[in-house]
Design a protein around this ligand. Structure first.
Ligand code: GAL
Length: 269
């Protein structure tokens, strides 16, 4: 089986690449052939000479376009990508910490697509999900609708389903831009609209487990962690996004506590 791994590391996001690559090589569908498409404006990245690393020149578009235009960025490689069996996108700050195998491959009855619940949506009533509520947006989801809130950090699928998703989401983003609308969570908003309308495999939060979180039912089964961008060692959100040159990056100490199905959960926010 051939797998394409898509990874956007423009500007300062390359800080995560080395660890990501090594962890994916070790743990992600490890018996299969993987090619890494690294979209970056950096002249040099680690492992660029490895035969399975393809450095694609991608200029930094600025926030929030670096994230919101991701579907267009992927579609720019459509001719090569359509030749793979599966395509996966992972956020730059993800890290595999345990084997991830065929259980995350979506079958045709799941629309050929896999995504993962957003840990911050845990225990929330659907009307408190961060869906786009502007009826003029392509990402609009009315109150009372929805089942899950998924995070944009992990999207996978068979090549054809993944590329169809990219076209569908790109179309919605472009329609919004023509009307001067930026959906509340950018690409994640339109992804949630897609998930609402089509079938997909939805993973639990152990596949997107926030570093430093304490979610009792998942903490022993962590598979992929979300590294904490607010940690000074990475520079903080604004530094990584290129909005600020201050490498301060405050560690956020607040924790959000809530009750999920009778279990006490505490997440660092
Ligand atoms: C995050 C997600 C990113 C991107 C972003 C949009 O939650 O991890 O991949 O979708 O939202 O602002």
């Amino acid at each position: 089986m051939n797998i394409a791994v898509l990874y956007i590391a423009t500007g300062r996001y390359t800080v995560f690449w080395r660890d990501f690559y090594l962890s994916a090589e070790q743990f992600f569908l490890s018996d299969n052939k993987k090619d890494y498409y690294v979209f970056t404006d950096n002249n040099q990245i680690d492992f660029e000479k490895n035969p399975n690393v393809k450095k694609i020149n991608q200029q930094k578009l600025g926030w929030p376009y670096d994230t919101m235009m991701r579907f267009d960025i992927f579609l720019g490689q459509e001719d090569s990508l359509k030749e793979y069996d599966y395509i996966f996108f992972f956020n730059a700050n993800l890290l595999f910490v345990a084997p991830v195998g065929a259980e995350i491959l979506p079958t045709a009855d799941k629309g050929g697509i896999v995504t993962c619940k957003h840990p911050a949506s845990y225990g929330k009533a659907i009307d408190r999900f961060a869906y786009e509520r502007n009826p003029l947006s392509s990402s609009y989801i009315p109150f009372g609708s929805g089942h899950y809130y998924v995070q944009g950090a992990l999207i996978g699928g068979t090549a054809s389903a993944f590329l169809n998703l990219c076209r569908w989401c790109s179309n919605g983003i472009h329609k919004d831009m023509e009307h001067g609308i930026i959906p509340i969570w950018h690409d994640e908003s339109i992804l949630n609209k897609y998930i609402l309308e089509k079938d997909s495999l939805i993973l639990e939060c152990n596949y997107l487990y926030p570093e430093g979180a304490d979610i009792p039912q998942f903490k022993k089964q962590k598979k992929i962690i979300i590294r904490d961008k607010s940690d000074p060692k990475y520079g903080g959100h604004d530094y990584l996004r290129g909005i600020s040159d201050n490498k301060g990056g405050k560690r956020i100490k607040r924790r959000r506590k809530f009750n999920f199905l009778g279990i006490k959960v505490s997440i660092k926010i």
